[in-house]
Design a protein around this ligand. Structure first.
Ligand code: AMP
Ligand code: MG
Length: 326
């Protein structure tokens, strides 16, 4: 089995990327049913076999290096497979280094603040991966499709003019730029499901008793606005794919392929960061040896039995060595 390297992953995800400045028109510009393309078959197979494991490995290093953070944004129409994608890409990683935040209808406390407030509060800490299941992009998607939502927001009336969407795109781009400058990698995934496939998935939620709980009549009502959403998503992809935070359009009609593709984009971001386990200083290495000898009951390298008398000395390596100088 050939090792998965950065070049192969980058090659596989290249066509999903929305080039900054490109005008996107859905549904015609991206094929939701795509499952392969010539030239990247072996990459897809390697990512399927090794992707989750490599993600876990990189996540451990990200946590150990503890300076960069990763924010994964998932946006999609209903039933596109956001939950399954999250389960898949996170299946191997240490749960202590990952936080998933799902954003629903804003609370009245949320509405008492600027629109980015509630998302700012859920940003991952450095060393962590944060996954946003829906995000501030809803503020230029569902809010744009349903003007009555904007009407209900507590923004001053004269600021609710037609220019609001252009301003929001700029604000989002600026905020993501700021976060990038702070050491956050922002990975934006649009799971692109077709209207027919969404219908098939809704029907299976109705027909299969084990899936009934997933069904929501509200989702079917929202489907009436399909074309408006396609337009709103096209605007988002055209205006907020930036060099620092590009969008990736993931073909989502075939679930296994969507999961591989999503994992690949996240893996690519981690490979770019290329976090490393910190190397130990000579002092810290000496302290490890001292601790080991103490544990094994052998001679303690630090003179005067300092390590035994002061357990901290072995742990930090500082006190023990200082004492030696005296
Ligand atoms: P779900 O993720 O399917 O549980 O649904 C969450 C619901 O919250 C969806 O109908 C979203 O459209 C809605 N929602 C999420 N974010 C916002 C927002 N910022 N403003 C209004 N509705 C939102
Ligand atoms: Mg829903």
């Amino acid at each position: 089995m050939t090792q998965l390297n950065r070049r192969r992953v980058a090659r596989f995800i290249d066509d999903f990327r929305v080039e900054p400045g490109r005008r996107v028109r859905l549904p015609k510009d991206f094929n939701p049913a795509e499952i392969t393309r010539s030239g990247t078959k072996s990459e897809a197979k390697a990512i399927l076999e090794q992707g989750v494991e490599r993600l876990a490995e990189y996540q451990a290093r990200l946590a150990a290096q503890d300076d960069y953070g990763v924010l994964v944004i998932l946006q999609a129409m209903d039933a596109a497979g956001k939950d399954g994608t999250i389960r898949h890409v996170m299946s191997g990683v240490n749960p202590q280094g990952v936080e998933v935040s799902s954003f629903k209808v804003p609370s009245s406390e949320d509405l008492d603040h600027d629109y980015l407030w509630r998302y700012q509060r859920r940003l991952p800490q450095r060393g962590h991966i944060g996954i946003f299941n829906r995000s501030y992009y809803e503020e230029v998607l569902v809010v744009r499709v349903h003007p009555q939502i904007l009407a209900g927001q507590k923004i001053p009336r004269k600021l609710k003019d037609r220019g609001i969407w252009g301003r929001r795109f700029r604000e989002i781009n600026d905020w993501e730029h700021y976060l990038t400058d702070q050491g956050y990698r922002i990975v934006k995934l649009f799971l692109n499901v077709s209207k027919d496939e969404q219908k098939a998935r809704f029907l299976s939620r109705i027909d299969e008793p084990d899936r009934n709980w997933k069904f929501s009549a509200a989702d079917v009502r929202e489907r009436r606005f399909w074309d408006d959403y396609q337009k709103a998503f096209s605007e988002v992809l055209s205006n907020t794919s930036t060099p620092w935070a590009p969008w990736y359009v993931i073909p989502a009609d075939v679930k296994p392929f969507a999961r591989v593709a999503a994992a690949a984009v996240i893996l690519d971001a981690l490979m770019q960061i290329d976090p490393k386990f910190p190397t130990m200083s000579d002092d810290a290495k000496a302290a490890l040896l001292t601790a080991k000898e103490e544990l094994l009951g052998g001679p303690v390298a630090v003179d005067g039995g300092g390590a035994a008398a002061e357990p901290d000395a072995a742990a930090t390596g500082r006190k023990g060595r200082k004492r030696k100088k005296r």
